[in-house]
Design a protein around this ligand. Structure first.
Ligand SMILES: Cc1ncc(COP(=O)(O)O)c(C=O)c1O
Length: 395
């Protein structure tokens, strides 16, 4: 007993910036909730920006082939199969003067980036709404995280170069650009990207360019092209490739940056072999399925817009979204997004209330992702109208 007591008093909870997650009704832990939605095969998955539009693109077959060969008895090359590394670099067009590490997802890449770039005295700039785990990681390794409010029309719902200039100080070392932005789907023009490159060069700061949703965008520009020595690019297989459960991604930068990251690696025995074999097939086949996935996603977005337009007091702040998700603002309708998420879940539709991606504006919007079959989006649209009507009546 005494020993237990001593151990308990030595290990305390860490006080990093927390994400503003709230639990759906009836669940005690996030894990219980995710286990519930995962195991119910009828749930329509609009809550995690995953992609459910892949059919026979050879990805599954490549993984099954690897399993049949028993590849998984061995460890993979620790930094990833060279074939996969080359394919990702070619996919981004970052072949000369760049290096890459395969990771267990964009999440691990973000962590490595924060760990590598930030010293305890350094500040980071992120935005609200945004992808809050970045704030969390940055607060573990650096000093202050300045989360700039961007939920307004004046800045077009994105962290603009002007806002970055206004919010920088002498200690700023890292600027996070999630592009397109989760949860709003805003993205950057070439001019803005060039402007960010200038800011980085003039002020000796680094740009974290998270391009997880890049392939859903109508147009996209890499800051690494303009400012390679100050940019870290974060890549994920979870979204356009439809491989979220396989946990695979990458981090790219100049050889200097990547050599530095090599010294702080977590997975020094490498990343899942089967996932990597699937990923090789996924990048190789990309141009056979990309158009179809994008078109379906963009068309689904129109169905949601039509439904939102029918409900007074609601609107989509960024339309069209350049991601596979958008936010539905319902503040003026006087309806709480949390209630909408709960009611939709009763109808087996999993969405996310805004507090998951915003500390200050989460009470205003519901985030829905729509790279799912069109008939499911139609069911969402009908259900959304019904739920909004029910909630208005119950006020
Ligand atoms: C901006 C952004 N980066 C990274 C991730 C996580 O990527 P991964 O599944 O590759 O860890 C997400 C997931 O939603 C995201 O929205």
């Amino acid at each position: 007993m005494i020993i237990e007591g001593v151990v308990r008093s030595m290990i305390s909870r860490k006080k990093y910036a927390k994400t503003a997650k709230t639990l759906p009704k009836g669940f005690e832990t996030p894990n219980d909730f995710f286990n519930y939605v995962f195991n119910d095969k009828d749930i329509i998955w609009m809550g995690q920006n995953t992609n459910h539009l892949h059919d026979e693109s050879g990805i599954k077959e490549a993984m099954l082939g690897s399993i049949k060969k028993g590849d998984y008895c061995k460890y993979p090359p620790p930094e990833g199969f060279p074939e996969l590394k080359d394919l990702i670099m070619e996919d981004l067009g970052l072949t000369h003067g760049f290096d890459i590490l395969i990771t267990a997802g964009g999440t691990e890449s973000l962590y490595l980036c924060a760990n590598d770039i930030l010293e305890p005295e350094n500040n980071t700039i992120t935005c609200d709404p945004g992808y809050l785990i970045i704030d969390n990681f940055a607060s573990r390794f650096g000093n202050h995280v300045k989360s700039v409010p961007i939920y307004n029309e004046e800045c077009n719902y994105k962290l603009t170069p002007d806002l970055v200039r206004e919010n920088m100080d002498k200690k700023t070392k890292l600027i996070s650009l999630v592009d397109p932005l989760n949860p709003l789907g805003s993205s950057y023009t070439k001019e803005e990207i060039k402007d960010f490159a200038d800011i980085a060069e003039d002020n000796n700061v680094y740009l974290l360019h998270d391009v997880t949703y890049r392939d859903f965008a109508r147009d996209h520009h890499l800051v690494a092209e303009y400012c390679p020595e100050r940019t870290i690019t974060i890549y994920s297989f979870s979204k356009i490739y439809g491989m979220a459960g396989l946990r695979l991604g990458a981090v790219l930068g100049t050889p200097d940056i990547i050599n530095s990251i090599r010294t702080i690696l977590i997975n020094d025995l490498g990343t899942n072999i089967i996932a990597q074999k699937g990923a090789i097939a996924a990048v190789n086949s990309k141009y056979e399925w990309l158009d179809k996935v994008k078109k379906t996603t963009q068309n689904n977005q129109k169905i949601i817009k039509k439904a939102v337009d029918e409900v007074e007091g609601t609107f989509i702040p960024v339309y069209p979204s350049d991601g596979n998700m958008l936010a539905i603002d319902m503040y003026d309708a006087g309806i709480n997004p949390r209630d909408v998420a709960d009611h939709l879940l009763d109808r087996k539709i999993f969405t996310r209330e805004g507090s998951y991606t915003s500390k200050h504006f989460g009470h205003r919007y519901l985030r829905v992702s729509y790279s799912i079959p069109t008939e499911d989006v139609k069911y969402f649209a009908e259900s959304f109208l019904e739920v909004m009507e029910e909630l208005k009546d119950s006020k």
